[in-house]
Design a protein around this ligand. Structure first.
Ligand code: FPP
Length: 224
């Protein structure tokens, strides 16, 4: 049975779900947040140490301002209402990506990261304004400045995922088979699961089914 330390998820399909059931993309984001909460609980039940969630990409700024504002509002309220509870559950929150949001949200994110920084049960990496190509370019620039050799070990020191093991599993919901500039370096050997369901419709049962399937995969890492 394969050990499982890290699950990464591209939570796709909120907009389509919202339009279909409530005639509003934002309603889909609201429902998507409920799925986030369910999957956090299930991750803990499965004793998985790292959960990485792609919540907003560097490309998502192209969306209408109304939708972007709604998403960040949702995140703000989530942190205001839930960070104490996450902290009590020994959960650490880490942000991947660059914090270029409103002053209020930047402060809230800093506060949440700091408050939970010593927690050890589960680390949730929330990718916000994150893009893998930008992360890699920044890492190469830093190596160049340090005059160190370009090799895997040195590059990984400068990635935002330093100290985080590579994902064992990458899940993408929403019936689309692409990686959307997410953790391109880190998923080199991840097992990838493309799920037809839209994110708000994704359940604990779907999550557990993937985990069970993953555990029996023969992972070769280039060997035979
Ligand atoms: C992709 O679906 C989803 C997002 C860009 C946002 C993800 C946000 C959430 C799951 C809720 C908020 C989470 C937190 C942590 C506050 P899409 O909108 O691209 O869906 P579509 O492909 O159907 O248009």
């Amino acid at each position: 049975m394969n050990p499982l330390k890290h699950v990464a998820i591209i939570m796709d399909g909120n907009g389509r779900w919202g339009l279909k059931y409530e005639n509003s993309r934002n309603a889909g984001h609201k429902a998507g947040l409920k799925t986030v909460e369910k999957i956090i609980k299930e991750t803990i039940k499965n004793k998985i140490r790292f959960l990485t969630l792609f919540a907003f990409s560097t490309e998502n700024w192209k969306r209408p301002k109304k939708e972007v504002d709604y998403l960040f509002n949702l995140l703000e309220n989530f942190l205001i209402n839930k960070i104490d509870n996450l902290h009590k559950q020994n959960i650490r929150l880490k942000i991947l990506g660059s914090k270029k949001f409103s002053n209020k949200l930047n402060k809230l994110l800093d506060y949440s990261e700091k408050k939970t920084s010593k927690n050890t049960k589960l680390q949730i990496n929330l990718a916000l304004n994150y893009g893998s190509k930008l992360e890699l370019i920044d890492a190469f620039k830093k190596i160049k400045r340090s005059h160190n050799k370009i090799n895997e070990k040195n590059l990984e020191k400068y990635l935002q995922t330093k100290h985080i093991p590579d994902p064992d599993i990458l899940i993408r919901t929403g019936n689309t088979r692409r990686l959307s500039n997410f953790l391109l370096w880190q998923i080199a050997y991840s097992e990838i699961f493309f799920e037809k369901k839209l994110w708000p419709a994704f359940t604990e049962k779907d999550f557990n089914k993937i985990i069970i399937e993953y555990k029996d995969i023969k992972r070769n890492f280039g060997n035979i």
